[in-house]
Design a protein around this ligand. Structure first.
Ligand SMILES: Nc1ncnc2c1ncn2[C@@H]1O[C@H](COP(=O)(O)OP(=O)(O)O)[C@@H](O)[C@H]1O
Ligand SMILES: [Mg+2]
Length: 583
């Protein structure tokens, strides 16, 4: 696939998982052509991966070129004069539109501070003359300082074009809340344009150019949407990743950034991060000087740094929320309330309980206001009813918060937090060891990643050994140099998407690529049906990747049924259950 639009995540292959979300939103985008899709808001705290998904959706939609034109704009967290903002917003749209229509991706990189005149010329050069009227309207509004008219025109521009050209456009607007928080009516930036989002009241109902927006200030944005744009958006909460995706992310970052992990520390990181791509990537990429993720002690120290040190990425991200919320309700009681809720992490407390347990000297009304502000600031969560509240469900945030405030409020030694991590890890370690026990071996819980490592780093050097522990390889087979060794996921744009555990592409055409499947089940041998299923997937990978010479390889921890074994032998599909593959 062509990733025309440069994604912030870095190398496109770093993007991992989010299968369910991509499938859902790609269908949502496809349904725009049937005018079935309703404007939607993706809500999740900072760094949960919203931008990663939205940029990927842009790229897939752009590449697919199948009747829906993508427009992506991120509202930045910088204060801007409305005139500058409108021009940037508009030029981003115009250039992305021209890029899509002409398939010339160089337009995507155009400087958005460029003049409108250049954009007009580009439209004419490309035979898209119908854009010039709109560009002139914008020029006129800017020239006369008609900022209301300017905002109306640029906000409606995607819809206007979709309507006049009989086209469909998806308007992806990232960090929507900043529209009401960062833009000013005047150049001196004294007069906040805090009603801009309200302009979407009718735009957001459009079925030919619906909006897909995101927001990191979840509580606050929902408040704004409910009051300014009632019923215009469906809400979708972006959750943590499922464990298999988080695991892939971990191993990918480990390899890409050359930060080794062991199977045990990988297990601990996955469990403590609970599938948060942000926590996982922050631990792997931590700037802690003595970072060593191959020992439990090293991992504990790294997490300590990330949680308690102001240079820690995790701490600084959370502190942005904490500062924003406490700039509104800065008092001791608010901090006490948050600390108190952390003590009852698994349940909701009513306002009455909070009032009594903390012996707060305030009316219920005052307390409600305080709690509301904390909910809006994403520091605590609303419970099942408006009377109930609970702590954010997160292993790590409470430690960041307590690291900053618990000493001040409850005279508590911050070092104890490090001990808490050590204790959690002890418990997880026992869990991990129990799992290993089931395999009667030291390793193998994440067998597929261990095998990927063997192929990357060791198979060629130990060609004879690995050949000796693998049956039915072709006579002229040798392990070779691979340009890529990873899992393989057919792109989400294929309707019947599938994956294989191993895809190692040989550098030279005369060598064999390897396409493989790994099963580390405790019982249940690899069956005939599974081999046939694998064969089908293998053929598909060969076709999609245009590979002639490839060998199929199945690693099955507890072996093969006689039937499956016979079939593999006949078809020349390599088999192994040998420990040395994961050793
Ligand atoms: N699907 C993903 N694959 C790989 N890394 C991810 C993914 N989602 C998030 N990340 C990591 O988390 C970081 C924050 O993600 P981002 O999309 O910027 O979050 P948000 O837009 O919600 O603030 C990224 O820079 C990346 O390191
Ligand atoms: Mg973002």
């Amino acid at each position: 696939m062509d990733y025309a639009f440069k994604e912030r995540i870095g190398k496109p292959e770093l993007f991992t998982g989010r299968k369910e979300e991509l499938t859902y939103f790609l269908k949502w985008i496809d349904d725009i052509k049937e005018e079935k899709s309703q404007s939607t808001a993706i809500l999740a705290r900072r760094k949960m991966g919203k931008t990663a998904i939205l940029e990927r959706l842009f790229n897939i939609t752009f590449f697919k070129n199948d009747g829906v034109i993508p427009f992506y704009y991120e509202i930045k967290e910088n204060e801007m004069w409305v005139g500058d903002f409108c021009q940037e917003f508009f030029l981003t749209f115009i250039y992305q539109y021209i890029a899509f229509k002409t398939r010339k991706t160089s337009y995507l990189g155009r400087d958005k501070r460029n003049s409108l005149k250049d954009a007009k010329q580009a439209a004419i050069n490309e035979g898209l003359d119908y854009l010039t009227g709109l560009i002139e309207d914008v020029e006129y509004a800017i020239h006369h300082d008609y900022v209301d008219m300017l905002w109306n025109t640029v906000r409606e521009a995607p819809k206007t074009i979709a309507y006049s050209e009989n086209e469909f456009i998806v308007q992806i607007i990232d960090e929507f809340q900043f529209l009401n928080a960062m833009i000013y009516w005047d150049k001196a930036k004294k007069n906040p344009a805090d009603t801009l989002a309200g302009g979407y009241l009718s735009t957001a109902e459009s079925k030919i150019a619906p909006l897909l927006i995101s927001g990191s200030w979840v509580g606050w944005l929902m408040g704004e949407l409910n009051s300014m744009l009632p019923n215009r958006f469906k809400y979708e909460y972006l959750e943590n990743m499922p464990e298999d995706e988080a695991l892939e992310l971990l191993y990918k970052y480990s390899r890409f950034f050359e930060v080794p992990v062991t199977e045990e520390t990988a297990y601990l990181i996955i469990k403590i991060s609970e599938g948060s791509p942000f926590y996982t990537s922050s631990i792997l990429r931590s700037r802690y000087k003595h970072k060593d993720l191959t020992t439990v002690k090293g991992l504990t120290d790294t997490l300590d740094f990330e949680t308690l040190d102001k240079r820690g990425n995790i701490k600084s991200t959370w502190m942005e929320y904490v500062h924003a919320a406490f700039s509104k309700v800065n008092d001791r009681n608010a901090k006490r309330i948050v600390l108190h809720l952390f003590k009852y992490k698994d349940r909701e407390l009513t306002r009455e309980e909070i009032l009594n347990q903390l012996k707060l000297d305030m009316t219920d009304e005052t307390l409600e206001k305080k709690l509301d502000a904390l909910v809006k600031g994403d520091i605590i969560e609303q419970g099942q009813s408006n009377f109930r509240y609970r702590a954010v469900r997160d292993n790590i945030f409470d430690k960041v918060f307590r690291g900053v405030y618990q000493d001040e409020i409850e005279h508590f030694d911050v070092k104890d937090i490090g001990k808490e991590y050590a204790k959690s890890f002890e418990k997880l370690k026992r869990q991990y060891r129990r799992l290993q026990g089931k395999y009667h071996s030291q390793k193998g819980y994440f067998a597929e990643y261990l095998i990927l490592d063997q192929l990357t780093y060791r198979s060629r050097k130990n060609n004879d050994l690995f050949k000796a522990v693998t049956r039915y390889l072709p006579g002229d087979f040798n392990f070779c140099e691979y340009s890529r060794v990873w899992r393989y996921d057919s792109s989400p744009e294929y309707s019947r998407s599938f994956s294989v555990d191993i895809f190692a592409r040989a550098v030279r055409a005369e060598d064999y690529s390897i396409i493989g499947e790994v099963k580390s089940r405790e019982v249940k041998k690899f069956s005939m049906e599974e081999v046939i299923d694998f064969e089908r997937k293998m053929a598909e990978v060969k076709r999609l990747e245009k590979i002639d010479r490839a060998v199929g390889f199945i690693f099955s921890r507890c072996g093969f049924t006689a039937e499956a074994e016979g079939y593999c032998k006949e078809k020349g599909i390599a088999c192994s259950e040998d420990e040395r593959w994961i050793g």
